[in-house]
Every structure is written in structure tokens, then in C-alpha cells.
Design a protein around this ligand. Structure first.
Ligand SMILES: [Zn+2]
Length: 220
């Protein structure tokens, strides 16, 4: 039988269930709802719940442990291994895809390194795509946002979450094209999506990938 990880009772009238990107199952229920009704509701939703849980497990992504030595990190869609070392500098071997990370302040150093690389890689690709799309932008910056992969301000300053770096190249490209399309259309109208589709014909698949891998927003 399905067990909820958390039951939140409040002044609501109906039952609802949700699963976050870690597979945690939360039920929201009216204050006076008895357990029997909650379990009946979960049985009713069982197929959907199991499907969602499988999806989370299927992402196959490990959240970073306290000790980062040996941690496998996906960058541009490829597995990289973090190895802790002495000394003061991060070293990266593109051949073996190993990141040699100083033990001291390992986490902060790694995030700083990820942000620097994200900025360089995203800026390069944004310039390339802007030319093809015959548009321009004010600036590209990188943030720690967990709520969105990218955004474009009214005056065309584009910002990306550095965590987008964990996604495959073609997914990153979709987000870049999406933000650049906002320099022409400040909305998500059919005209906006037509513009995206011109440059990323299978953008729907990439959007779905990002949705299915929301867990990446919780790495560092
Ligand atoms: Zn948008």
C-alpha cells in the first residue's frame, strides 16, 4: 500500500497529492479528513503516483554527498568525476573528464568554477545563436536561480542558472534560443513558439527533458 511521506491538513475542502523531484509524496487534506479516506484516495491515484515515482528514479542523478570525493557530476550531458586533492587550484582533465578539486572549501570552489564555465559557454553560444536569429542582447550573466533555467528582461539582459550546465548541449541550446526569442517577443504567444521552433524544431522534447530533470536544480 502507498504511504504518504507527509500529510498536510488545512482548511481546504478537497484532497490532493503531489510528488516532488526527490520522489517525496505529500497529501494535502481537509482538517477533519480521516486516514481511511486518504488511503482510498491514494489507491485511486496509484497508477499516476507510481509513474511519477519511476520518473524521479529514472533520472539516475545523485545529489552531491557531504564528501565530494568520487562524486559523479553531469556537465554538458557527460559524466565527470570529482576527485579531491591538496593544493590551491582546480584542475580539469578533458581527456579523462576528471575534475581535481582542492579539499579546502571544495564546494565553494567547485560552484565558483561551474559559474565561470557556465558564463563562458553560455555567452559564446548566445552570441552564435543571436547572429543566426538576427537579434541582439544587452548582456549575459549567470545566477544561482533554482526556479528557472533562464530569463530575459524587458531591456534584453539575459540571465541563465549556472545549473543549466548539467544539461546536455542540445538542451542548453534550446534554453538559449528560448531567451533570445524573448528579445523579439516578450511573451509565450504562438508567435513566440514559432520563432523558437524555427531554430529548435523539436523544442518540445527539450522542454520535457528539463521538466523531467528538475532535480538538477538541487545540485549545489
Ligand atoms: Zn520564456
Amino acid at each position: 500500500m502507498l504511504q504518504p511521506d507527509e500529510i498536510i491538513r488545512s482548511n481546504r475542502k478537497t484532497l490532493s497529492v503531489c510528488i516532488d523531484c526527490f520522489g517525496k509524496l505529500t497529501v494535502r487534506a481537509p482538517r477533519r479528513c480521516d486516514d481511511e479516506r486518504i488511503f482510498a484516495f491514494l489507491r485511486e491515484k496509484e497508477a499516476w503516483i507510481l509513474r511519477q515515482k519511476a520518473k524521479t528514479a529514472g533520472a539516475g542523478i545523485d545529489l552531491p554527498p557531504e564528501n565530494l570525493n568520487g562524486y559523479s557530476l553531469s556537465l554538458l550531458g557527460e559524466k565527470h568525476r570529482v576527485l579531491l586533492i591538496g593544493g590551491d587550484y582546480i584542475r580539469f582533465d578533458p581527456e579523462t573528464k576528471q575534475i581535481f578539486l582542492p579539499e579546502k572549501n571544495a564546494r565553494q570552489r567547485l560552484v565558483k568554477w561551474l559559474k565561470e564555465n557556465a558564463k563562458r559557454i553560455f555567452l559564446e553560444q548566445t552570441c552564435r545563436r543571436a547572429k543566426e536569429m538576427q537579434t541582439s542582447f544587452q548582456s549575459v550573466s549567470v545566477s544561482s536561480a533554482r526556479s528557472k533555467w533562464g530569463c530575459c528582461t524587458f531591456d534584453n539582459r539575459i540571465r541563465y542558472s549556472f545549473r543549466l550546465l548539467y544539461a546536455p548541449k542540445e538542451v542548453i541550446d534550446y534554453v538559449i534560443v528560448h531567451e533570445l526569442a524573448h528579445t523579439k517577443q516578450k511573451n509565450h504567444s504562438p508567435a513566440f513558439w514559432r520563432e523558437v521552433e524555427k531554430f529548435v524544431p523539436d523544442y518540445k522534447r527539450k522542454r520535457k527533458w528539463l521538466k523531467d530533470h528538475a532535480i538538477l536544480m538541487h545540485i549545489f
